[in-house]
Design a protein around this ligand. Structure first.
Ligand code: CAA
Length: 241
């Protein structure tokens, strides 16, 4: 059976690798993106994966985006809540906008999207919901009160929705990547990467986006039906939750 997957933030970074990994399994993939039209267009041309622009932090925009995808492609079986941003500042320099933007895009988005697909999944008796959390939601990180709160929130969200849907053939899981070689991590000052991050990754390197793509493929598979409410950590040994 061909599954249909929606990956938010699915045209760049970890999301891009997730979209491609799911496509490789034979799934039909739709990639959401938020703002970078040029990158999304290039991604579509290169991969053949259709892209859908809407703000994951906006409930009505998500409802409309899901309706468009379901009309054009079909009912969504696999939802990957991947879209995320950073607005790193120590709390004493953090403004309400830095807080709210990260909470909206990284956490409220999971409610907006999951709420939009859950009725259909319950009716069909199958679903896979996978949210991309972070090592920094598990252990905290200097400069990331907003991001750590949102990513920790995804873990609680995952456990609650897993309980509610376990009897309906739906699994709900989180993945907590460590530091992965993407633009987001490359934006961290080099001095911080070299002194505060890399020395603490026991495998001695950043992760690759494809390594997270393979985690998603596993949790999205029919074979993973007994795994729900879990958080799969993939961080090179940096933090053992
Ligand atoms: N641990 C301990 N101390 C740290 C630190 C850390 N991780 N990061 C910075 N500091 C220290 C600096 O060394 C500096 O100390 P000195 O003044 O003694 O030199 C001090 O904190 C700087 O403090 P300021 O209040 O002046 O902070 P700032 O305004 O310069 O902002 C920052 C600092 C923006 C937080 C910057 O340090 C930074 O970008 N840190 C990286 C945060 C990070 O790791 N983000 C992860 C992004 S990737 C991601 O989020 C993906 C994922 O899921 C893993």
């Amino acid at each position: 059976m061909t599954r249909i997957a929606l990956v938010t933030g699915g045209a760049r970074g970890i999301g891009r690798a997730i979209s491609l990994a799911l496509k490789d399994t034979g799934a039909t993939v739709a990639a959401n993106y938020g703002g970078n039209d040029a990158a999304a267009k290039a991604f579509k041309t290169e991969t053949g994966i259709p892209v859908f622009k809407f703000d994951v932090g906006d409930f009505d925009a998500c409802k409309e985006g899901i309706a468009t995808i379901e009309a054009e492609i079909g009912a969504i079986d696999i939802l990957v809540n991947n879209a995320g941003i950073t607005r790193d500042k120590p709390l004493h320099k953090m403004d309400p906008e830095h807080w709210q933007a990260v909470i909206d895009t990284n956490l409220t988005s999971a409610f907006n999207l999951t709420r939009g697909v859950i009725d259909g999944m319950r009716e069909r008796g199958f679903g896979r919901i996978i949210s991309i959390s972070s090592i920094n939601g598990q252990k905290g990180q200097f400069g990331q009160a907003n991001y750590a709160a949102a990513k920790a929130g995804l873990i609680g969200f995952t456990k609650a929705v897993a309980l509610e849907t376990a009897s309906k053939g739906i699994t709900v899981n989180a993945i907590a990547p460590g530091y992965i070689a993407t633009e987001m991590v490359k934006a961290v000052p080099e001095k911080i990467i070299n002194t505060k991050i890399l020395p603490f990754i026991p495998v001695g390197r950043l992760g690759e986006p494809e390594e997270i793509g393979r985690c998603v493929v596993f949790l999205a598979s029919d074979d993973a039906g007994f795994i729900t409410g879990s958080t799969l950590t993939a961080n090179g040994g940096q933090y053992m939750a």
